[in-house]
Design a protein around this ligand. Structure first.
Ligand code: FRU
Length: 903
């Protein structure tokens, strides 16, 4: 911006300078060396020069008057040369003496104009002046007319070195010599002053008064002096006088002629005006003439008036011109002011336009860069969003993978528990019961198979992922194939009371497929259906066909899936699959891959609580040339593990032991195994879901709860939270028993309020010790509490809160003699048994004893701190009979109320 302003200011200066330059003409200095200034003729010469110079206001003239001194005039010209004036005008005093300095100026390149008196050299630039020879000749011829060709003449010149006199005399002599009757009697031509030659003339006329007819004088000034002498001598009428110059003014040429003092004057113009005109031409390098002869004529009584009138007219015109020049100068000043103003205005306009242009440009540039910035911003934002999205995906993928590994470990830990725990059991058993040992080995074998199946599935999935899984197509009867799989499940269906049907309108359906893979697909989906279909439910398999494809539907009316679970049913890494076992997740993911290998599709439709339908669509494909035509036997090593009839847990337990434990474990084998172990020491209620567990907990208010974490529907953490947030159950210790061994899970479990956390595969003994420890701990606390009623600081915050609430309730109803456990439990929103168990668990007292102790405490306080009577205190603590109160008091304290009061 600063740079732009600098440029604009420079433009302004240039325009302004240009304007000034255009306004002024070139400024010249002219040096004028005048030989003398004491006569009107030479004054007029200078005046006419100045008049002409006024047309060139920028140029100026330096005037030097040599006062008729040759040396002075030489010096003046030398000075002009030294000053380097642009041009010199010289009116030389004596030409021959002045000639060298004139030539010098000329040689140094300064133009020189010689006026009036010519020099005898060519080294000058121009000459301006009338011809003195012609002046003399005109005078001679006019003398002849005046004298009629006969008479005596006197001539008076300026001196022998005066060039005008030399020329004038020559011209005069030439004209006189034409007439034999005319005689120049005397020619006085010396360097005399007027007084000198006047005295000589006077003497001459006095001596010869009649012998002079005409006197020719070389200027009018001399002619006037001559007239005066003639008049003095009385000869003015007789002697005719001719002068030279013809200047205007009193006692000057024309005036003398008009007044009859002299007979004629020969016009000899000074040439000042012309000299300046030629000077300007030379200076402006315009064409000019070197020789400029001025007009000369005779002025006598006949034409003097015209001449005067003309002169007057010229004078007026000159005045007029002068005025006009002044006016023009004024106008020029106004014009130049206006022009400058216009330039200035134009400049500012230009500046405004330029600034406008610059601003517009800058604005456009700014807009452009803004646009670019905006685009860049958008691009960056888009990139950022994309990076965020990708990192989110990557994060999710990592999380999913971590979760997947966690599932794998979970899924491996359960069968491992069921291998390790029975193994340990066998190893530690002292007497070997053959049946029990066999059962333990069966459990180990089954779970080892299960592990094998999981490993196989993982490997197969890995193979599919790596693109190494290939179809081994065989032509088989698809109906028979599916029927056989369904038949495999018949026993399981019967045991679980499930309506299992295969509905198909065709008897046979030859079809090219990979039997081993499709077997796994159907088996997985059907066993999945069994897993989530409750007893009494139905699983229907149907097969449909058109020209292009076959559709197999497997529908159940089981627990169904949420929309999210359904959408990602085949996604192995799906986070929502937390409660679905890896076996299922793997099975479904693998099923989809196998169906895709057949160029088919697998879809799922499910509604929570209503059931699920899997649809397998298989295109009818032509076999590849290397397809095997023979039927291959499909091996089903996993069959035994899955199809083994479900063991129905017996929830009815005998109340043989002191403590009751509720066990929640969804793995049937582990459930059964643990139940059997626990039953040796505790009344055990074993269930497979958290929902059922919660029912049993409320029903029994057990002494301890053991729960798995990963359960279908509600998980172990949520169940623990539920237990700990309900004052009916908050006192019950909870052991979380799960394959989730990581620290985060333990923290989560502890947060939920779990009392202990045991990771699978677990050590049976450790579990038993943990159970024992927790129960003993509770007993210790209970014992302490029972001896320190209403000092609940020893127990947990939740329990303290419960007891405070419970005591407030007793306090509120203390006067009520009919206060019962039923009434209190109802007010607390619990059953009688729940309240009983809770109070017993916390205080080792039954509810009735607890109320009695509370009343006793209150009575003790009233006896010591109030003046109330024993009867009044009895009523206030809910005894409607004071003597019964006294009996009760004595029984408890071994003192009567009065004794207590006074003690
Ligand atoms: C003036 C003058 C004129 C004359 C001229 C000649 O000084 O004497 O009267 O004509 O000079 O140079």
């Amino acid at each position: 911006m600063k740079r732009i302003f600098q440029i604009l200011i420079s433009i302004f200066v240039l325009v302004w300078l240009n304007a000034c330059h255009r306004k002024s003409e070139p400024a010249f200095t002219i040096g004028f060396s005048q030989c003398g200034m004491d006569d009107r003729w030479r004054v007029e010469m200078v005046e006419s020069m100045n008049r002409e110079l006024s047309f060139y206001p920028e140029s100026s003239m330096i005037l030097k008057d040599a006062r008729w001194n040759n040396q002075t005039q030489i010096n003046d010209i030398e000075n002009f040369i030294a000053q380097k004036v642009d041009l010199i005008i010289v009116s030389p005093n004596e030409s021959l003496i002045l000639q060298p300095v004139i030539e010098k100026a000329f040689q140094q390149g300064i133009p020189v104009i010689v006026v009036d008196r010519r020099i005898y050299s060519s080294q000058f630039t121009a000459f301006v002046g009338a011809s003195n020879y012609l002046v003399g000749k005109n005078a001679g011829e006019y003398a002849n007319i005046l004298l009629n060709g006969k008479g005596h003449i006197l001539e008076i010149g300026f001196g022998p070195t005066s060039t005008p006199s030399i020329d004038r005399h020559a011209g005069f002599l030439h004209a006189i010599n034409q007439h034999t009757g005319l005689h120049i009697d005397e020619y006085y031509n010396r360097n005399w002053s007027q007084e000198q030659w006047g005295a000589v003339l006077k003497d001459y006329l006095k001596k010869k008064p009649t012998s002079v007819d005409l006197i020719f004088l070389h200027n009018d000034r001399s002619a006037n002096h001559c007239y005066k002498i003639c008049k003095e001598l009385g000869l003015e009428k007789k002697i005719k006088i001719i002068g030279v110059d013809g200047s205007v003014g009193e006692d000057l040429g024309l005036d003398l002629v008009q007044k009859g003092k002299i007979n004629a004057t020969i016009l000899y113009p000074s040439g000042g005006e012309e000299a300046i005109q030629i000077a300007m031409k030379i200076l402006k390098k315009q064409p000019y003439h070197k020789e400029n002869e001025l007009f000369s004529t005779v002025i006598d009584a006949k034409n003097v008036s015209i001449m005067l009138a003309q002169h007057q007219k010229i004078k007026e015109q000159q005045e007029d011109i002068k005025r006009q020049v002044t006016k023009i100068q004024d106008l020029t000043r106004i014009f130049s002011f206006q022009r400058n103003t216009l330039y200035l205005t134009l400049f500012f306009l230009l500046m405004v336009l330029s600034l406008g242009g610059v601003l517009f440009y800058l604005l456009r540039e700014k807009q452009k860069s803004n646009l670019i910035l905006e685009q860049q911003n958008h691009a960056i934002l888009a990139q950022k969003n994309e990076i965020e999205r990708i990192s989110q995906l990557a994060k999710q993928a990592t999380e999913d993978k971590l979760r997947f590994y966690s599932y794998i470990s979970h899924e491996f830990r359960t069968p491992l528990s069921l291998i390790l725990t029975p193994t340990e059991d066998i190893l530690h058993r002292k007497s070997g019961d053959v049946k029990e040992t066999r059962q333990a080995f069966q459990l180990i074998y089954k779970n080892a198979n299960r592990l094998l199946r999981l490993v196989d599935q993982l490997l197969e999935l890995r193979k599919v992922d790596a693109g190494k899984m290939e179809l081994e197509l065989q032509q088989r009867d698809l109906i028979a194939f599916v029927k056989e799989i369904v038949t495999d499940f018949n026993l399981k269906a019967k045991t679980q009371h499930i309506d299992l049907q295969f509905i198909c309108p065709f008897k046979t359906l030859p079809f090219w497929f990979d039997a081993e893979k499709l077997d796994k697909v159907f088996f997985n989906i059907i066993s999945n259906a069994f897993k989530y279909t409750p007893e009494g439910g139905s699983i229907h398999i149907s097969l449909l066909k058109n020209i292009e494809k076959i559709e197999i539907l497997i529908s159940d009316n089981g627990i169904g899936m949420s929309k999210e679970e359904k959408d990602r049913a085949f996604d192995l890494f799906y986070r929502g699959n937390q409660n679905i076992s890896l076996g299922t997740g793997l099975g479904l993911a693998l099923s989809r891959e196998f169906v895709c290998l057949h160029q088919g599709e697998i879809e799922v439709d499910s509604q929570k609580g209503k059931g699920t339908t899997f649809k397998i669509i298989l295109p009818i494909i032509n076999p590849s040339p290397n397809a095997e035509a023979t039927e291959k036997v499909v091996e089903k090593p996993y069959l035994r593990e899955v199809l083994e009839p479900k063991v129905v847990a017996d929830t009815e337990t005998l109340q043989l032991h002191d403590n009751t434990v509720v066990l929640i474990e969804d793995n049937q084998d582990l459930n059964l195994f643990l139940r059997k172990k626990l039953e040796n020491s505790y009344n055990t209620v074993a269930v497979e879901t958290a929902e059922k567990g919660w029912e049993e907990i409320l029903k029994n208010i057990p002494d301890l709860i053991i729960s798995d974490v990963m359960l279908p529907e509600m998980d172990g953490f949520s169940l623990t939270q539920k237990i700990k947030n309900d004052f009916r159950t908050s006192h019950i210790p909870v052991i979380l028993l799960t394959a989730k061994g990581q620290m985060e899970s333990q923290i989560e479990g502890t947060k939920a309020g779990a009392d202990a956390y045991i990771a699978k595969p677990f050590n049976q003994q450790l579990l038993e010790e943990k159970i024992k420890g927790l129960l003993e701990n509770r007993d210790r606390m209970r014992r302490r509490f029972s001896s320190e009623i209403t000092n609940p600081s020893q127990i947990q915050k939740n329990e303290r809160k419960f007891l405070v609430e419970f005591e407030l309730l007793i306090e509120k109803n203390i006067k009520d003699s009919s206060l019962s456990v039923e009434k209190l439990s109802k007010e607390l929103g619990m059953s009688r048994v729940q309240l009983f168990r809770k109070i017993s668990a916390l205080t080792n007292k039954n509810v009735t004893d607890y109320i009695a102790d509370f009343k006793l405490l209150k009575a003790k306080a009233l006896l010591k701190e109030s003046d109330k009577t024993i009867a009044e205190i009895a009523y206030e603590t809910g005894f409607n009979n004071p003597s019964y109160f006294t009996t009760f008091f004595k029984q408890k304290t071994h003192q009567t109320p009065s004794e207590w009061r006074n003690s």
